[in-house]
Design a protein around this ligand. Sequence first.
Ligand SMILES: *[C@@H]1O[C@H](CO)[C@@H](O)[C@H](O)[C@H]1NC(C)=O
Ligand SMILES: *[C@@H]1O[C@H](CO)[C@@H](O)[C@H](O)[C@H]1NC(C)=O
Ligand SMILES: *[C@@H]1O[C@H](CO)[C@@H](O)[C@H](O)[C@H]1NC(C)=O
Ligand SMILES: *[C@@H]1O[C@H](CO)[C@@H](O)[C@H](O)[C@H]1NC(C)=O
Ligand SMILES: *[C@@H]1O[C@H](CO)[C@@H](O)[C@H](O)[C@H]1NC(C)=O
Ligand SMILES: *[C@@H]1O[C@H](CO)[C@@H](O)[C@H](O)[C@H]1NC(C)=O
Length: 781
Amino acid sequence: MAAHYDSIQNGQQPAAGRTPYGSGDPYYNESTGFITPQRPRKGLSPWIKFGLPVLILVIIGAVVGGVVGSRKSNDSSASSNGGKGTSSGEAAASSAASVKNAIGQFATATDSQYMRPIYPSTTNTAAFTSPTFNPSNNAALSWPEDSFKPSNPSVLSVRPDRPRLIAPAYKWQALPNLIQNDPYMKYWNDTIIRNATDYYGRDPVRYFMDGDSGILDNAREIKMRIKAFAYAYRLTNDTKWVDRTWREVSNAVSDSFGPNNSTKWNPNHFLDVGEFSAAFGIAYDWLYDLWTDDQRTQIRNNLITYGLQNGVSAYTDSTVSFGWWRNNINGNWNCVCNGGLTLGSLAILNDDTTGVARQLLGLTVDNAKQNCAQGPSTDGTWSETANYWYFGTTGHAEMTAALISATGSDYGMLTANKNFQLTGFYHMYATGNTLFDWGDHGPNKFSTTANGMFLYATAYNQPQYALFQRDQHDAADPWSMFWYDPSVSGAFWDGLALDRFFDDPQDQWASMRSSWTAQDALYVGVKAGTNENHQTHNDLDVGDFVLDAMGTRWAGELGSGDYRSINYFSSGAQDADRWKYYRKMTEGQNTILINQQNQLITAAPSVKHGSSDTKQGSSTVFDVPSDSTAFWTTDMTSAYSNAQSVKRGVRLINGRKQVLIQDEINAQSAIQWRMHTNATVAIDGSTVTLKIDDKTMQMKVISPASGFTITRTEAKRFDSDPTPPVPDQDNPGVSVVVISMEAGTVNLQVLFNPQWAGMSDSDFKTPPSVAIDSWSLTSHN
Ligand SMILES: *[C@@H]1O[C@H](CO)[C@@H](O)[C@H](O)[C@H]1NC(C)=O
Ligand SMILES: *[C@@H]1O[C@H](CO)[C@@H](O)[C@H](O)[C@H]1NC(C)=O
Ligand SMILES: *[C@@H]1O[C@H](CO)[C@@H](O)[C@H](O)[C@H]1NC(C)=O
Ligand SMILES: *[C@@H]1O[C@H](CO)[C@@H](O)[C@H](O)[C@H]1NC(C)=O
Ligand SMILES: *[C@@H]1O[C@H](CO)[C@@H](O)[C@H](O)[C@H]1NC(C)=O
Ligand SMILES: *[C@@H]1O[C@H](CO)[C@@H](O)[C@H](O)[C@H]1NC(C)=O
């Protein structure tokens, strides 16, 4: 187990007060960690409003005539989707671009609670086609070729023109035309500039040392702003954005920013240095021609003094301890630190007379290939958690894209791990109503997004990644403007399997659902895997599951504990303090608890599974065939010290409308089946009724007939549990449904019946009792 200090060091007290951004901030979304002014729910798209037959006529008209007449005549309120009046310029655009603008964005709104795109219930045979890139026949929707093509690329040999980081001049030149021809790019451009305008009116980011989380929030917020300001300048030529950028970079090195110069960017929490270095690199490079010589010198010197010089120390000075992230750390730290140092170094290469940039570029790329790039396991799962995937892939994607744009090669960042290409699918399948967000969730995201999906879509020829991400709430980001290939077309869900199983022994998890596009879809995520080797971001949670249905999460995760809690990250050993905090303990998970004891960190479960391999078609309306099913089972005996056998099986039944969870246990001590829920809980014999808002979920113990009791408890430690070093967080609003059984042999079957609209009692099925080892695709017919 790697020594790992994500945010806290041993023995320090939690700092008083919270970051200025947090639950109090109007834009802060507690469940996602994103700062997001919400995208307002839009009016219905014209193709819903006027119905399918009209839509097809409109599109055919557009294709034949090469004009977008429909939008102008029919609906001016939807013009945010890109429908402008016709003009001779647009007439010259390809018909594909016209069709794209006529259709607009597929998602019509974003769900305000879970921040998920809302797709209309409709069929659109012109738009919802197989995912594909079509650069050759969509001239108006294609990026030009880069003329910088070194035959023998070197990290020390940069392109002659500026900018060189991620967005070279030829891409900025192509941007206005692409924005006019792609409704997503148009929406993102407007949103980024609106966001920039919002940040413009605020004071520069105030220094806030958040205990042992350092000044990471500061660094990421400054990076988010600098990206937006520099982008806004380049799209408008208004120098007010350059002046505002200067205020922000000056503030981040001023005497009021931090206690003194020697700790300015907080190298002891090196992520902070990484993000500041990236931010300063972008400011330097994207506005290169706008800075005076003196400004350029100042930015460069500060970047070297507070950023890159510390990077050299991290790599070469054995007396400092802040370089631990470069030794066998395949998590987000390696990606963010190497990524930031690389962006900063590339930005000033050749202007830097100290040699620091050259020295770092000789170190970061190889190190990132050996560590950062190994983040995804053999099945694409990010080794830390589903939320840390965001931090790791953002760092990896920025570093990769900057190397390619500045020097003409990725040097193997994309191929050093042949399974990196699967990590986009990992992210998509981990997304239900909200993430299957096991383990720690990470700090606030600010400049961290899922937009690496656009880069990976092109790099790995997986158009689904881009089609999935472009409707997401965090897609409006300057990176998207350069990574998204607007020649992409089709629907990500067309032909996409509903289920996927992730079998690397370290992860072992399943994703099963009834639809990719219905807001009320059923989604089950369930995991086994190891309780070690996740950079100490995991919980003791073999057998843990989440369940979504009817637009709500019914069984969910508690998320991170307070990162400043004493010893939260200091060890993952069996007796570690981390495992005394409720959110990390086995009792804080949706799994089996035996003798009120934590699972073993040495757990090595096995899994089996099956799927009808049902794929969604092109429509957002998907009628699940009645024999469509999926199941996943695990033998998780090795996670328990006091059981002969513990097996769990999860199965979708009745055309994916109901879920069966079956546990076969032989244990020497008392057994609890536990599930955490935000619902109100009403217990009546063997039936539990869960309610959230006006939705109802019924849970029934269908076997055994007796020998168990069902109770509702608070989500907190048992009085008899060992006391953690500092008090636990409360879990307000969360109940635990507990099914308690004596020691011995039990076969517990719990059936979940979401009370779907229009489904009557007789429409629900009661499955037969089949031993888990005998489960097959047809065993429950
Ligand atoms: C980008 O957005 C800004 C703000 O909405 C707008 O003024 C500008 O015209 C847009 N750029 C293009 C190329 O459409
Ligand atoms: C900004 O200036 C560039 C370079 O002179 C020019 O190509 C571009 O059209 C200008 N953009 C705007 C929105 O004025
Ligand atoms: C700078 O501030 C830090 C944090 O307060 C302190 O530990 C350190 O000793 C200071 N260094 C100098 C050179 O004053
Ligand atoms: C920090 O460094 C800057 C730039 O070298 C210098 O102007 C400033 O006086 C220093 N601040 C302190 C408190 O030493
Ligand atoms: C800008 O705001 C939108 C929502 O309006 C959000 O989705 C996006 O992530 C923000 N982007 C940046 C770069 O701040
Ligand atoms: C409760 O709701 C929040 C926000 O929607 C969600 O993130 C969380 O996982 C839910 N908790 C449980 C235990 O279901």
